[in-house]
Design a protein around this ligand. Structure first.
Ligand code: GLA
Length: 397
């Protein structure tokens, strides 16, 4: 489904029966290069915003009504509410994300003086684990910022997005997705310390390689409950370690400190979960150094190690992701491959030499179809900017 600014404008005016000229906004999706399940453990992550994302057209109204429409969910129709009642409602479905964001802004003291009509269109593959929900939240954040001339620090906006996810939607996620989407920068990945929120940009100078995203197309049904289970396991491990160590997160531990004190963790499952969190955090820091030194081969090896740790210690991969990643490792021209995001389905990423992309796709497709019974989907990741107001030109693929 290809959309243009003109086609979306027409849809906006028809759906909302309005001749207003809306303003255009975009918030990307994200991939994570390395540093998985480290954000809520106070460690580092290394994500980047991608060119797939959420487009939104928005115009202020003269009353207090909010009307939302998604081109992706036409069957849900226009979802309407009033600025004075932004409570979560099951039947409001996807529109709870923008509603939650507006409520979070109001609770934070920002002045949103009127209602608005907002049309959303997303081209992030559905359920792919590339953060379509955080993308809607951050698109809504930049709409509010610009329509109502608010002065809001971008990191605060990111935190409000996470708050919506945690307290309003009820998903106990970390801050990585909203941060990657809110602070993304074209051609760069972001090394973020999730404890202090200090961050720096690292240029991704891939000359002869591309990052390929491979979608397992597996539905991620159990993802939410398993995600929360992993969080609790890590929290318990941290509690055990705190009996002797004065730390506030697993991200504060070096590998040596962990190895020396891991006997304190009573439950063996909690121990391997914590092991992943500590080692993955150190791998992420090492990956930044490798990238700075332009040692992409070594960067790729760290990605591979990350996957193995997520497979065996954190246990969030599954046969679909493992089939893709293990097949990717065997292909010519592959520097590294791993799952990305929460896991349990969703997407993998691989750094592949340009010359080998065709055979890479073909071989993975064949092995996956044969073993899993349905096809994977491939996309080339382009690293674009974070959430912002955009011009109404170009093609929204
Ligand atoms: C999801 C969450 C993030 C992060 C990743 C795993 O994407 O939303 O906060 O925990 O999983 O790294």
């Amino acid at each position: 489904m290809e959309q243009t600014p003109a086609s979306l404008l027409k849809e906006f005016q028809t759906i909302f029966n309005s001749d207003d000229t809306p303003r255009y906004f975009f918030a990307p999706g994200r991939i994570n290069l390395i540093g998985e399940h480290t954000d809520y453990n106070g460690g580092h992550v290394f994500p980047a915003s991608i060119s797939f994302g959420t487009y939104a057209l928005a115009a202020k109204r003269n009353d207090n009504k909010l009307r939302f429409y998604s081109v992706n969910f036409p069957e849900k129709g226009v979802i309407e509410c009033d600025l004075s009642n932004l409570d979560f409602k099951d039947q409001d479905n996807w529109a709870n994300y923008p509603k939650g964001m507006i409520r979070a802004f109001l609770q934070d003291g920002f002045s949103i003086t009127t209602g608005a009509d907002i049309l959303y269109y997303g081209n992030i593959p559905n359920g792919a684990g590339l953060s379509s929900s955080a993308s809607i939240e951050m698109a809504t954040g930049v709409i509010l910022e610009n329509l109502f001339n608010l002065t809001i620090d971008r990191v605060r906006m990111v935190q409000l997005g996470q708050k919506v996810e945690n307290e309003y939607i009820g998903v106990n996620s970390g801050i990585m997705d909203q941060f990657a989407i809110g602070k993304g920068k074209k051609g760069h990945a972001i090394l973020l310390d999730c404890q202090s929120l200090e961050y720096r940009y690292a240029p991704l100078d891939l000359e002869n390689q591309v990052i390929i995203i491979i979608n397992t197309n597996k539905r991620r049904e159990l993802a939410g409950s398993k995600y929360n289970e992993r969080r609790s396991e890590c929290e318990r491990a941290l509690g055990d370690l705190q009996s002797e160590l004065s730390i506030t997160s697993l991200g504060e531990l070096s590998i040596e400190q962990f190895e020396e004190h891991k006997h304190l963790i009573k439950n063996s499952t909690d121990m391997i979960r914590a092991k992943h969190a500590v080692y993955e955090n150190q791998r992420t820091l090492a990956a930044l150094e490798k990238l700075k030194e332009n040692k992409l081969d070594d960067f790729g090896k760290l990605m591979n190690e990350s996957h193995l740790s997520l497979q065996h210690d954190y246990e969030v991969t599954g046969i679909e992701l493992d089939t893709i990643v293990e097949t990717a490792w065997q292909q010519e021209g592959v520097l590294g491959a791993r799952m990305t995001g929460a896991g349990f389905g969703g997407c993998a990423i691989a750094i592949v030499e340009k010359d080998h992309v065709d055979s890479f796709k073909q071989n993975i497709h064949d092995v996956y179809l044969n073993k899993i019974g349905y096809e994977p989907t491939f996309y080339v990741a382009t690293i674009g900017d974070g959430a912002k107001e955009i011009e109404n030109e170009g093609v929204f693929k």
